[in-house]
Design a protein around this ligand. Structure first.
Ligand SMILES: [Fe+2]
Ligand SMILES: [Fe+2]
Length: 303
């Protein structure tokens, strides 16, 4: 066994556990019994932090934001990161969408649309991927947001995990529903690879996808991709594809050498959410160490 062999997921103790929910869709699509089960899980799983990757509401009304905020206020007392989704800007109230698209979100949920969460073992940067005036459905990440990520991540030591959260997907789901990925998402991925980002969290697709950017875009660093964890809709009846009529969330365990992601599906009122699949990935810090090891004179000379 080389020093870089992937460990069995049971061998490593997590340093940080993140509960990742998405697409709550408070309003008509919300399923109350599922929302209550999600809250039960949020307490039982004892996460160190919670991420909600957008679409808190269905139509961005005051009542829907207030209901979503009430739901979030019932989370366990841990750091929470929320980013807006396309449903959190008014679609039909055009004047409001063009002039003050995030007014209610900022008033009721969070004034900061691109928040940062500094934890002992991770730095999480949230990006507002909504484009209320142009690409309403597909979203957009602007160059200034990538520079913002560079500024925050460039000082982060290699043993900390770097995580980006955005509502819209940077990579397509591996099915045949043909959702368009965010314009210029490859540019963003290239930048994240250069910044040694470990993990991208998102939603919007209403079905889970847990994989790697290399699945669809090799980029300039073919050895190094970024883990992607998309959450399905956690509390609404808007699930799509293999999660049609289903609800899901992800539990992410950050360990010293690996990142372990469990995909949970809602089963029924008495069982609530139960684990459906597990995924273990090597962390970027291990890959960087291996690259250094491979380049060291003793090893290189024997190749
Ligand atoms: Fe959604
Ligand atoms: Fe969405």
């Amino acid at each position: 066994m080389t020093p870089f062999t992937l460990m069995n997921s049971t061998e490593e103790k997590p340093e940080l556990t993140i509960l990742h929910m998405s697409d709550l869709h408070f309003g008509p699509p919300l399923v109350l019994e599922v929302a209550e089960a999600a809250l039960r899980s949020a307490h039982e799983l004892k996460p160190d932090a919670i991420v909600v990757s957008g679409d808190l509401t269905q139509r961005a009304t005051r009542d829907q934001f207030v209901a979503a905020q009430k739901f979030i206020s019932r989370f366990p007392r841990v750091p929470v990161m929320v980013v807006p989704g396309n449903h959190d800007v008014p679609l039909y109230r055009v004047y409001q969408r063009l002039t003050k698209p995030h007014q209610l979100y900022r008033e009721i949920i969070d004034d900061e649309l691109n928040p940062t969460l500094q934890l002992d073992t991770a730095v999480i940067v949230g990006l507002d991927s909504t484009a209320p005036r142009s690409a309403i459905t597909n979203g957009r990440i602007h160059a200034w947001q990538l520079n913002h990520c560079s500024k925050i991540f460039s000082d982060v030591p290699v043993d900390k995990v770097k995580i980006v959260v955005a509502h819209h997907h940077f990579a397509p789901a591996p099915d045949y529903l043909h959702d368009r990925t965010m314009p210029k998402s490859k540019r963003a991925i290239m930048r994240f690879v250069e910044l040694d980002v470990d993990l991208i969290l998102g939603g919007h697709l209403h079905r889970a996808y847990i994989g790697n950017t290399l699945d669809f875009y090799p980029g300039a660093h073919r050895e190094r991709g970024i883990i992607i964890a998309q959450s399905g809709t956690t509390t609404s009846r808007r699930g799509r594809g293999r999660e049609q009529e289903k609800n899901s969330f992800n539990v992410i365990k950050i360990c010293k050498k690996t990142i372990q992601i469990a995909h949970y599906l809602y089963f029924n009122a008495s069982h609530g959410f139960i684990p459906n699949s597990y995924h273990t990935f090597r962390r970027i810090n291990q890959q960087l160490e291996q690259e250094k090891f491979d380049q060291s004179p003793g090893v290189r000379d024997t190749q």
